[in-house]
Design a protein around this ligand. Structure first.
Ligand code: SF4
Length: 246
């Protein structure tokens, strides 16, 4: 009898999937994950930001029941919350999961809601990283809408990456701003209304500014600080998942 194959560790699986699919069109990457490699075990994380409509529209084309995880930090623009609800309705997505910070952590570390003024790392840790770990914990894999062109720190973004024992999938990694604009236009997708005011990467309102022409799309996030990512895409999430008792 043939020996049973050991399951691949996440690093090996991510590298293997990347070599097989990274050059494929985004829709094909989504389809193979939803229908084959991670059937019933994959979600999408969306900020409902500047070009979130593209990934969500593709996912809805493949399967409208894929869970969509949204982190409600308590600091989003009202426009983003309205846009979230409008896109969910537009695309007929049936499983929106809203994850919020733990009330005990807010009471302990940010009772007046001003922690972002003194310590953005700590604020992101309780409002984004820990909730994100809870949001993706039930899944073996999740999609993000990250792209290489968004910032120099994302220039080498792969389509598949390991996060602890899970896989993060970036189907749009190779797409350009023009590709996204074409897709939005061709499919008649609605835009986050803040884009019209120069917000090209949209997060919490205290930490997001409009971007000047020619700047990185993400340069308006934590402008004036060394910080470029909130931590949900960095090793902080891996640590939070490992510490999770859920
Ligand atoms: S982006 Fe700003 S307001 Fe939002 S969680 Fe991070 S520090 Fe807090």
């Amino acid at each position: 009898m043939a020996a049973k194959q050991r399951p691949l560790d996440a690093e090996t699986q991510a590298a293997e999937l990347d070599s097989l699919y990274a050059e494929k069109p985004p829709l094909e990457i989504i389809e193979q994950a939803v229908k084959r490699d991670f059937a019933g075990e994959v979600a999408a994380v969306s900020s409902f930001g500047a070009d979130s409509a593209v990934l969500l529209h593709m996912i809805a084309t493949v399967d409208r029941s894929v869970p969509i995880v949204f982190l409600d930090t308590g600091k989003h623009f009202g426009e983003t919350l309205d846009y979230r609800d409008a896109l969910i309705a537009d695309f007929g997505l049936t499983d929106l999961r809203i994850v919020t910070p733990e009330q005990a952590a807010l009471d302990r570390d940010d009772p007046d809601g001003k922690l972002h003024l003194s310590d953005t790392e700590a604020c992101c840790a309780i409002r984004k990283v820990e909730p994100m770990a809870r949001g993706v914990e039930p899944f073996r894999a999740w999609f993000t809408g990250r792209k290489r062109f968004q910032a120099t720190t994302r220039a080498a973004l792969p389509a598949f990456e390991a996060v602890g024992s899970r896989i993060r999938i970036n189907p749009l990694a190779r797409w350009s701003a023009a590709d996204l604009a074409d897709y939005m236009r061709t499919n008649g997708l609605r835009e986050n209304p803040l884009v019209a005011y120069g917000y090209l990467s949209i997060g919490c309102f205290p930490c997001t500014q409009p971007v000047k022409p020619g700047e990185d799309a993400r340069s308006g996030r934590w402008a004036g600080q060394a910080k470029t990512e909130c931590g949900i895409h960095l090793s902080g999430l891996d640590r939070s998942l490992n510490n999770s008792s859920i």
